[in-house]
Design a protein around this ligand. Structure first.
Ligand code: URA
Length: 216
C-alpha cells in the first residue's frame, strides 16, 4: 500500500528494503558502481508505482488448464521525458518496464546572467498530447527545472493529470512550489527529505545525483 502524504503525491511504501537502498545511495563512501546499481533498483520501484496509476480494462484470457483468468489489460500509451542530465539515469528503468517506450528530452540549465533556470533544448514525441507522460528527474529540490519542464509539456497539449513526475528524493518546499504551479500533476517519490540547505541541495540528501551516477 502506498501512502499519500500530500494531495497528488504518492510516496513509495517505506519498507526496510527501501530504507536499505536509500542508506546505500546516501552514503558518501558508496562507490559509483554501487550507487548506480542501488539507485536503479529504486528507479525501477518508482516506475512500477507510476505504471500502477494508469488505466486498465477488464480482460479475460484462456489458460493452459482450460480455465479462464479474469484479468486486466493495460490501456493508454506512455512515454518518458527526461530532464537532462540526471533524469537520463531513469530512462533504462522505464525501458525495462515498457518495451520500446518513446523517450523525449528537455535540457534546462541555469542562466549564468540571471541565475534563473533557462530552457535550452526540447525534443518530444510528436503525439505526446495523447500519452501519459513520466517526467524523469531524480531530485525535486526547489522545483524550478521541473516547473519549466512541465510547462513545456502542458504547452504541447499534455493534460496535467496525465503527467507523473518521478523522483527519488523530494522535500516539502519543492512539492509546494511544484504543486502551486501544477496542482493536478502526480508526484511519485521514494523519500521526502527534511528540506534544502543554503546551496539548495536536499538534506540529508545524497549530493549531486548526476555527478554520483555519471562522474565521481
Ligand atoms: N540536485 C541534486 O543532484 N541534488 C540535490 O540535492 C538537489 C538537486
Amino acid at each position: 500500500m502506498s501512502t499519500q502524504p500530500f494531495k497528488n503525491v504518492c510516496l513509495l511504501p517505506q519498507t526496510n528494503q527501501l530504507t536499505g537502498l536509500y542508506t546505500i545511495i546516501r552514503d558518501k563512501n558508496t562507490t559509483r558502481p554501487d550507487f548506480i546499481f542501488y539507485a536503479d533498483r529504486i528507479i525501477r520501484l518508482l516506475v512500477e508505482e507510476g505504471l500502477d496509476h494508469l488505466p486498465v480494462v477488464k480482460k479475460t484470457v484462456a489458460t493452459h488448464t482450460g480455465e479462464n483468468y479474469e484479468g486486466v489489460g493495460f490501456q493508454g500509451n506512455v512515454c518518458g521525458v527526461s530532464i537532462v542530465r540526471a533524469g537520463e539515469s531513469m530512462e533504462q528503468g522505464l525501458r525495462d518496464c515498457c518495451r520500446s517506450v518513446r523517450i523525449g528530452k528537455i535540457l534546462i540549465q541555469r542562466d549564468e546572467e540571471t541565475a534563473m533556470p533557462k530552457l535550452f533544448y526540447e525534443k518530444l514525441p510528436e503525439d505526446i498530447a495523447d500519452r501519459y507522460v513520466f517526467l524523469l528527474d531524480p531530485m525535486l529540490a526547489t522545483g524550478g527545472s521541473a516547473i519549466m519542464a512541465t510547462d513545456v509539456l502542458i504547452k504541447r497539449g499534455v493534460k496535467p493529470e496525465r503527467i507523473f513526475f518521478l523522483n527519488l528524493i523530494c522535500c516539502e518546499e519543492g512539492i509546494q512550489n511544484y504543486h502551486k504551479a501544477f496542482p493536478e500533476v502526480n508526484i511519485v517519490t521514494g523519500c521526502i527529505d527534511k528540506g534544502l540547505n543554503e546551496q539548495k541541495y536536499l538534506v540529508p540528501g545524497l549530493g549531486d545525483f548526476g555527478d554520483r551516477y555519471y562522474c565521481i
